[in-house]
Design a protein around this ligand. Structure first.
Ligand SMILES: [Zn+2]
Ligand SMILES: [Zn+2]
Length: 253
């Protein structure tokens, strides 16, 4: 299994996962055009895509989904709550997924995991191939739950959210209501919460941790590196951070 981020942050998110020459996307928060350019930059032919799994209806995750899938004629998968909000429920390419019910696409099995976030019915994903290699993709959650920790245990790769530094958020440009939303239990993970998450999911088989959805206004990349290097036991320069405008290197599990 290989995976790469095609971009991560409040202006758009998409992650591509491939196995056995086929691929799925987690989210498409970019325009179709931008997504296709990013796929090309990653060296992947769009004809390899078998579907898009959508975590929730926020624009930075769902914006380009319908248009991309109509163009490629591939299905898109989301919870009913997300579909209702996006007006997808009658769409012929939409497939309903439910928390804790595994969906198989080619050689990949995707487990949807419910998370606390201010959306209708948000899900995040653990992806496993037939060789038992596991990737956890986890962003847009305000707090950790026992269910999340058990669902994401035993992952060989983790792509997690390190959204904000609480101090920067408090002193930043957001109005108080938005600040409270981001910091709340249905908002986003802080650097410290992200580090806690990684510490709890750490095990001998964990090969890669990448941090994304890093706020451009309420965080600094150096702070993310600092928080994570402490739990990963590496130097800050070795912590892998995702970029909003750039495609990440491929990681192989
Ligand atoms: Zn988001
Ligand atoms: Zn969101």
């Amino acid at each position: 299994m290989r995976y790469a981020s095609l971009g991560s942050g409040s202006r758009g998110n998409a992650t591509v996962v491939t196995d056995n020459e086929r691929a799925v996307l987690i989210d498409c928060g970019f325009s179709r055009k931008s997504l296709l350019t990013r796929l090309q930059q990653a060296g992947l032919d769009a004809a390899c895509l078998d579907g898009v799994f959508v975590t929730h209806e926020h624009g930075d995750h769902a914006k380009g989904v319908q248009s991309l899938c109509e163009t490629l004629n591939v299905p898109f998968y989301s919870s009913f709550g997300t579909a209702r909000k996006m007006e997808w429920a009658e769409h012929p390419l939409w497939r309903c997924i439910r928390s804790d019910e595994v969906v198989t696409v080619g050689s990949l099995a995707l487990l949807p995991v419910v998370v606390p976030h201010d959306a209708e019915e948000p899900l995040q994903f653990v992806i496993e191939n037939t060789a038992g290699r596991r990737l956890g993709v986890l962003s847009d959650l305000g707090t950790l739950t026992p269910h999340i920790l058990s669902s994401y245990s035993g992952c060989h790769g983790l792509q997690v959210e390190a959204n904000h530094d609480p101090q920067m958020l408090q002193n930043g440009p957001y109005p108080p209501s938005l600040r409270a939303r981001v910091a709340g239990n249905f908002g986003h993970l802080s650097n410290q919460q992200c580090a806690d998450l990684v510490a709890r999911l750490h095990w001998d088989g964990l090969s890669y941790v990448t941090a994304g959805h890093i706020s451009e206004k309420n965080n600094a990349r150096a702070l993310v590196s600092q928080s994570l290097s402490a739990v990963l036991g590496c130097g800050p320069q070795d912590v892998m951070l995702l970029e909003q405008d750039g495609v990440s290197p491929w990681l192989q599990l």
